[in-house]
Design a protein around this ligand. Sequence first.
Ligand SMILES: Cc1cc2nc3c(=O)[nH]c(=O)nc-3n(C[C@H](O)[C@H](O)[C@H](O)COP(=O)(O)O)c2cc1C
Length: 200
Amino acid sequence: MEFADVVRTRTMTRAFSTQPIERELLERLVDLASRAPSAGKSQGFNLVVFEGADTSTFWDVTLPSDERSAFAWPKLLDSPVIALVCADKRAYLERYSEPDKTHTGLGGSEDAWPAPYWTIDAAFSTMLLLGAAHDVGLGSLFFALARGEQELRDTCRIPDEVEILGVVALGWPLESGARKGRSATRPRRTASSILRFRSW
Ligand SMILES: Cc1cc2nc3c(=O)[nH]c(=O)nc-3n(C[C@H](O)[C@H](O)[C@H](O)COP(=O)(O)O)c2cc1C
C-alpha cells in the first residue's frame, strides 16, 4: 500500500479471528516499529507479548469472566497477540549520562526532563506498528490498561521503572467487523483547524 493509503484506511479493529500471527511476521512489524525516531537513539520501546491461548492470562486479569457478557467487543478477546506497550526510562537516563550527552543534564534524574521522551518514543513506535500491521492486512487496537496493572507487572516481571503505556491487540480482522468505538462518529479535525501559522 502507498503510505497515504495506509494512513487513510487504518482504523482500530475490535473483532479478530483466532488465526495466529507468525513470529516472523510479528518480528517484521516490530522491526519497522523500531525505525521510529528516538531521543538520543535511546530506544526504550519494549513490547511484553502474550500469544495465542496465553492471551487469557491478560484477559483474566483485565476483564474478569463475570463481566464478559456485558463487554461490547467480545471478539477482541480472540486476538492472537496482546502486547503491553512499555517505555523503559532507564535507557534514557543511561544514554544521557554518556559523554556526548552529559551537557544536557538529563542523565541524573527523570525530574530534569522537560517531557518524558521515553513515552514519546514508545508512542512513535506504536504508531508505526499499527501502520505496519495494517499494511499487511492485520488489524490492531491500542487501548488503555484500565485495571490489573500491578498483577500483570508481577506476572510478567516488569520492573517498576518501566511504564506501561497501554495495550496493542493485533490479529486478522473479522470480515463482519464489530461495533464501532464510541468515538467513531466524532468528526476528524481538518488540517486548517490544526495548523496555526505563527500564532495560536
Ligand atoms: C491513547 C489512546 C487510548 C485509547 N484507548 C482506547 C480504549 O481504551 N478502548 C478503545 O476501544 N479504543 C481506544 N482508543 C482508540 C480510539 O478510540 C480511536 O483511535 C479513535 O476513536 C479514532 O479511531 P481510529 O483509530 O479507528 O481512526 C485509544 C486510542 C489512543 C490513541
